[in-house]
Design a protein around this ligand. Sequence first.
Ligand code: NAD
Length: 460
Amino acid sequence: MKKMDHLLAVLQDRGLGRQEFLQWAGRGIAAGVVGSLAASCRSGQSSTRSQSSIYTTSDGTKVVSSPWETPPAKVPEKPGEPIQLEEWKAKTERETETPAPLPDDQRVGYAIVGLGHLSLDELLPAFGQCKKSKVVALVSGSPEKMQKVAKQYGVKTESCYSYQNYDQLKENKEVQAIYIVLPNSMHAEYTIRGAQAGKHILCEKPMANSAADCQAMIDACKKADRKLMIAYRIQYEPNNRMIREMVQSKKYGAVKFIEAVNAQNSANPQHWRHVKALAGGGALPDIGLYCLNTVRYLLAEEPTEVFAYQYSTPGDARFRDVEEMVSWQMKFPSGVYASCSTHYGVHESRRYRVHAERGWMELAPAFPYKGIQMQTSYAEGEIERTEQPKLPETNQFATEMDHFSECIMQNKQPFTPGEEGLQDQHIMEAIYQSAREGKPVKLPEIKKKDAFRGPLPKEA
Ligand code: NAD
């Protein structure tokens, strides 16, 4: 009797009373539907894979749908492999990949150090799209802010630390990695203390304010046998990766020249980004670094010479201590020249174009968190073909964190280890020297390709 009541409840839920149903459908169909629902109830399933269902159209007509059959999904046992659902789109259409996040207890636990713009606006939300990483601890100088953030992201109160008791992270077994998201001058200290606490370190760019600090960070992580990665998100981003592949395969012939710009208007002269002791410099280490690092990434080569100009508008309070603009040329062993500019006093512009023998490849914008756009143009006989390839958008921060987590889980060298950050710092020091002295500065010739990087990740 109870089963019958349940069946009626199901029918009512579908908008059909008992009498109405029997009159409308006839006993034969009703018996079939009731029979199949009864079978579903008996087996304790909330839905069956082969049964009719009834629904009401917008004009009130009751419709019995034909029996449906969904083949069972293929569920791989391996945690990192996605569930394979029934195919329904033709091969010609773009597919969405079913994510395959690892179970929570198998992910790498992160402590986020510094709860400013990048952490709150980008990194913490990005954990929601991570497959191998989770946030388990916070470090901040503001207990009130930290408590709120801890509640927002489900971090335990006992896993919230101040800068003073930061070293106690050592005792927290849930934390395997520390992500340093502090003003640039603090990266070295918190990396070194974090490694000494036995944790792997993911550190924001620029790595530090001097090559000496970068080296000390590398040494501390080596000594503690911990991994160190610099968060160069662009090196894990699919559009930039595609351009790199086109450059490396000489798709449009040999690359000869690259132009790159990263510029934005800054405000607030009081902000740490305008204080040299905290930021290390102005536009160059903050945003110009994207031009430098991305050109090196695309070419997989290291510059042998730089020549730079630097300028700050006199009387502008923002640029009392740090530079407003740097413009520099880089010469590479293969004969490629790059012309890069960065500015803190013009409206946002972030783009580059790679010029090759038979065409060019451009990202405009090239460096934002979202909305990167590619355009390519090449000559095919008399035809000039211009294309705007569109790749599926990924969360750059989730991809980057998951790469680091994979390196920890599989004991691999990160693609952008500390040595990659140190090399950028050497080049930035040469750029400032050239601007000061008004002449080119030579850099040691490095023959090996991707000399400072780990193995290329399988996917961007
Ligand atoms: P922010 O100023 O918004 O945050 C910095 C945090 O550090 C704040 O919570 C601040 O309270 C804290 N802090 C601790 N000690 C401080 C001190 N002595 N002075 C000032 N602040 C102090 O900065 P942000 O934009 O989040 O940048 C943080 C780091 O992340 C920088 O190294 C920056 O270069 C890098 N970053 C990287 C990207 C990227 O796309 N990869 C984007 C933005 C910033």
